[in-house]
Design a protein around this ligand. Structure first.
Ligand code: HEM
Length: 336
């Protein structure tokens, strides 16, 4: 079953997000979230799994290439948009810190990329198959995680705590609502993957354009038919992608949605208005998937603040929180 992106839903999500974030930002928490408390929060929800990422724990490495377009070059002086093919290391993953997370479920899928650009320069990013993240700010994400920590007695999250956190942070509803509105992803290679943050693209003349991006599969998105979900193996995604790639590479368009003055670009739960202009700035081609357990991308921490010259981080506080948390997680998983 194929579906196309439901723009009405995205606009609705944006409208709710705008309301939710106001409430979330007005909310005060006992102690501001930091890199360690956020990773502790993830371990609190998912348990501690030595050697695994504290989020996106289940995943598989792949390789591909990226080729920038003229439109990309017009917006950014980065060598990623020179028009020459550059190698890319890819990691597809299932959201959350459970290394055995079932894949026949309506949960988050991730696509992380490391562009290996000329002269040793790199561009790192980790994208998800929802246009919004599960929380608007680091403090709100801390509240999201803390509320979902299993109760020591029941070993299950306390629904009252979750309800209270959601009431205080309505932004918590958005990603779940989007996931629930769609089917179970049928392939790592047939999902949209959004960057969710605003970044600045700076061209050779120094002109900066703020944009949010999405990688859209050229063949469209695909979801499992409802009556196939229960009979689908919980570990089907890597093999499905291998089979798909045996026929031909999987291609994604790298689409930049261009912000206009007054647009909110520092909140990962507020997408840009659907009517904003967009350009295809490049094409990503996935060529092969590695065997599970291969380690070629395991050492990488896909820190979204590692950007090449010609791309600059925006002012979303989540970016700084992510950079710190990914480093803490990497330190923990490489040592235990
Ligand atoms: C404060 C907010 C966030 C925190 C604390 C957080 C935390 C983490 C951590 C600890 C990891 C594992 C890093 C590693 O061990 O290398 C991770 C991975 C990941 N995160 Fe986040 N994250 C946050 C926000 C986001 C957002 C907004 C996105 C959406 C684009 C995202 C997408 C991903 C993906 C796709 C991965 C897997 C990357 C891989 O394959 O290595 N995260 N996150």
């Amino acid at each position: 079953m194929k579906t196309t992106l439901n723009m009405t839903l995205i606009s609705a999500v944006a409208a709710i997000a705008a309301l939710g974030s106001q409430a979330a930002l007005a909310q005060t928490t006992m102690k501001p979230a930091d890199a360690t408390s956020l990773v502790d929060g993830l371990e609190g929800v998912f348990g501690k799994h030595d050697g695994f990422r504290r989020s996106g724990a289940k995943g598989v490495c792949a390789v591909g290439t990226f080729t920038g377009t003229k439109d990309g070059k017009t917006l950014s002086s980065s060598t990623a948009f020179s028009g020459k093919e550059v190698p890319v290391v890819v990691r597809f993953s299932v959201g959350g810190g459970n290394p055995k997370a079932p894949e026949n479920a309506k949960t988050v899928r991730g696509m992380a990329l490391q562009f290996d650009l000329p002269k040793g320069e790199q561009w790192l990013m980790a994208n998800i198959n929802t246009p919004v993240f599960s929380a608007a700010s680091p403090d709100s994400f801390q509240a999201f995680l803390d509320a979902r920590k299993p109760d020591p007695e029941t070993k299950k999250p306390n629904p009252e705590k979750i309800a209270a956190a959601t009431a205080a942070n309505p932004d918590h509803k958005l990603q779940g609502a989007f996931l629930a509105s769609r089917g179970v992803p049928a392939s790592y290679g047939a999902q949209n993957y959004w960057g969710v943050h605003g970044f600045k693209f700076v061209n050779a003349k120094g002109k900066a354009t703020t944009a949010k991006w999405v990688f859209e599969p050229v063949g469209g998105e695909e979801f499992l038919a409802e009556d196939k979900v229960a009979g689908t193996a919980p570990n089907f995604l890597p093999e499905e992608l291998r089979t798909r790639l045996a026929a031909k590479p999987v291609e994604f368009n790298f689409k930049l949605m261009l912000a206009e003055a007054g647009d909110v670009t520092n909140n990962p739960t507020i997408p840009l208005p659907a009517e904003r202009k967009s350009v295809i700035a490049g094409k990503l081609k996935i060529k092969s998937v590695e065997a599970e357990g291969s380690a070629s991308c395991d050492g990488i921490n896909f820190n979204p603040l590692v950007v090449p010259k010609g791309v600059e981080a925006g002012d979303d506080p989540m970016l700084v929180a992510r950079a710190g948390s990914y480093a803490v997680s990497q330190g923990r998983r490489l040592t235990k």
